[in-house]
Design a protein around this ligand. Structure first.
Ligand SMILES: [Zn+2]
Length: 265
């Protein structure tokens, strides 16, 4: 028997109700055991909590604030943290949180001024929360932002960090792998050379699969709605890059995600 798949990063709450139902009903048939549904903000956290209650075991919710959007007000931040405090036993992780690499790049290519400090301060608050409650943290932090995130994680002694859809310099890659941080591959592992290179060098024991759905993919996935079942293709691509059999790769990827997210505790 081959190990099941885990989609360690999907925005399930942002699919339509019909799509959610269709996706969740089709998971067992695709060999997907669990999806980790990350949140964009407070309202999204509410929706993911509800999905997790409705589809117990199948959906595990993470709560946070996605960095690629305007900052929340102080009141909104307070409300989000108090929601997280009161649902700490239901949340599998803090996420999606991080730093706004793409928004900053876009703003700086124009005339707009950019202040990254409040984003850093908010990320630090999430890291402190993760430490306090012993929760893994799911990060959106690429290129030089990953270094900033590593500094903050180190400052607070957080070791359980998952950099989803990570991209970065070889120096950052070395640093992250030494710190024991995990990364995950999306379906672009099938066609993106930068990601394929990363997959060849990152330690086998620190990688997982994800879709970041509903984000759409290219190549063989062009025109298809992003579905957690695509993690099977990601696992197969990784097996090929690593020279592993499918049974081996599926088992390693499953063990990694189960261990990182303490799914069977
Ligand atoms: Zn995401």
């Amino acid at each position: 028997m081959t190990s099941p798949f885990i989609d360690t990063h999907i925005h399930l709450d942002t699919y339509s109700d019909e799509e959610q139902k269709m996706i969740l009903e089709s998971l067992p048939g695709c060999g997907v055991e669990t999806v980790i549904s990350v949140s964009m903000h407070l309202e999204s956290s509410h929706r993911n909590l509800k999905l997790a209650q409705q589809f117990h075991g199948l959906v595990k919710p993470a709560f946070g604030f996605h960095p690629e959007q305007p900052l929340p007000s102080d009141d909104e931040i307070k409300a989000l943290f108090s929601f997280m405090e009161s649902h700490v036993n239901e949340m599998i992780a803090v996420g999606e949180v991080g730093l706004p690499y793409y928004s900053r790049l876009e703003a700086m290519s124009g005339v707009k001024k950019w202040d990254n400090e409040p984003y850093k301060a908010l990320l630090e608050q999430f890291i402190v929360f993760a430490k306090k409650h012993d929760k893994p943290i799911i990060l959106h932090a690429v290129y030089e932002d990953a270094d900033t995130a590593c500094d903050l994680l180190k400052k607070h002694g957080v070791t359980s960090a998952h950099f989803h859809w990570f991209k970065g310099s070889s120096e950052t890659i070395r640093r992250m792998n030494k710190a024991g941080y995990y990364i995950s591959f999306t379906p672009d592992l099938l066609y993106e050379s930068e990601i394929r290179d990363l997959a060849r060098q990152y330690p086998r024991a620190q990688v997982m699969t994800e879709t970041d759905g509903p984000w759409p993919f290219e190549g063989p996935f062009e025109g298809h709605m992003t579905h957690p079942g695509m993690t099977a293709h990601v696992a197969a691509a990784w097996a090929e890059l690593q020279g592993l059999s499918l049974a081996e790769s599926n088992r390693i990827l499953y063990d990694n995600a189960s261990r990182f997210y303490r799914l069977n505790d």
